[in-house]
Design a protein around this ligand. Sequence first.
Ligand SMILES: [Zn+2]
Length: 72
Amino acid sequence: MVRVPSNKSKEGGVKAAVRLYYEIQGDQVVLKNKKCPRCGSVMAHHMKPVERWHCGKCNYTEFVGSKTGTKK
Ligand SMILES: [Zn+2]
């Protein structure tokens, strides 16, 4: 007899939050989802010194807006 654990169908506790697809490559993190709006190639994610996206192909850089504006 196989005992099946009563799984309450609660659709999991964790909502399928935006799980991004990271891939650590040495010093940088490459997110496969993020594509360069300019040339369409995959951008590299840099954390230092500031979090930003950088396209190595066309040099497009997009800063992650975690510090938008100046709040005091
Ligand atoms: Zn580009």
